[in-house]
Write a protein that binds this ligand. Structure first.
Ligand SMILES: Nc1ncnc2c1ncn2[C@@H]1O[C@H](COP(=O)(O)OP(=O)(O)OP(=O)(O)O)[C@@H](O)[C@H]1O
Ligand SMILES: [Mg+2]
Length: 274
């Protein structure tokens, strides 16, 4: 799959000006985030710039502590940068109040966490309905209808009345993906969404992300696993709070094919990923 024109020859570049048409859905410019720790300041992001265009599937990599989660939390409007610009769907978010930021988050962002973050004593469908509760324009009936459609998209309509503790980790993550989809966000952000899952289940989750991408969704997916990155069209790498690489993946792997090529579960159980 070739998502970009004119930049496929670039390798290991520090910044890449991808030739994609139109306004980016997301643009960060010289993004900085400092954390004060007593007398010391941790410079988690030290000036990161890149754009993501509509319909891209980007993975974000980098060693532990390189700033991936810090960046994704800002992209998800859960945190504000210390400096720089973050323009989401045409809006300069760095100028917004916390309340306005929360509104943007609920309207434009779908976030998937490593540990699912589902409400425990709440059914799958109620968990998926949750982001719609903040929108007074959506009736209870419409909410149910949309949540069910999102659960169908991740193949879990038959588990709609299950509680999180009645589902496997992979199923819980699929509910979390449905919850991220239900608002029809402009971008889906995922922070190590396969980090708690074994390889087989991870690849099943990546099949869902690839399907969403095929349907036109824009996705930014943080991972430290190189095999997961091969399922996306582009990989951005951070190091020490700076952009290290921004490359097109020449050979995007098909998650379903990778899943089918795995050894069967019986022989696989003993060698699950840590
Ligand atoms: N709330 C915070 N207060 C202080 N320092 C923080 C805070 N959040 C992150 N940091 C620091 O910022 C740096 C980047 O952290 P971040 O969590 O973004 O890394 P990461 O790339 O997501 O790592 P990992 O792969 O382990 O999840 C680290 O040095 C971390 O200790
Ligand atoms: Mg992290």
């Amino acid at each position: 799959m070739q998502l970009f024109q004119g930049s496929a020859h670039l390798k290991n570049v520090e910044t890449t000006n991808f030739n994609t048409s139109g306004e980016p859905i997301l643009s960060i410019q010289n993004l900085r985030r400092d954390f004060k720790m007593g007398d010391e300041v941790v410079h988690a992001l030290r000036g990161v710039s890149f754009d993501i265009h509509r319909g891209e599937f980007v993975t974000i990599m980098g060693t532990s502590g390189s700033g991936k989660s810090t960046m994704l939390n800002i992209l998800g409007c859960m945190d504000k940068p210390t400096g720089g610009h973050y323009i989401l769907d045409g809006e300069h978010t760095e100028k917004l109040s916390r309340d306005a930021l929360a509104r943007i988050r609920s309207q434009k962002i779908g976030f998937v966490f490593q540990s699912y973050n589902l409400l425990s004593r709440t059914t799958a469908i109620e968990n998926v309905e949750l982001p719609l509760l903040y929108n007074p324009k959506i009736s209870a009936e419409e909410r149910h209808h949309r949540a069910l459609a999102a659960l169908k998209m991740v193949g879990l309509e038959d588990r709609m009345n299950h509680m999180p503790n009645q589902m496997s980790g992979g199923q819980q993550q699929r509910v979390a993906i449905a919850r991220a989809l239900v608002n029809d966000p402009v971008i889906i952000l995922a922070d190590e969404a396969t980090g708690n899952l074994d390889t087989r289940t991870s690849y099943e989750i990546m099949m869902i992300f690839q399907e969403l991408h095929r349907q036109g969704k824009t996705i930014a997916f943080v991972t430290h696993e190189p095999d997961i990155a091969t399922f996306s069209g582009r990989t951005v790498t951070l190091r020490d709070g700076l952009l290290k690489k921004d490359v097109v993946n020449e050979k995007v792997q098909d998650a379903r094919a990778a899943f089918e090529a795995l050894p069967p579960p019986e022989t696989f159980d003993d060698e699950e990923d840590a």
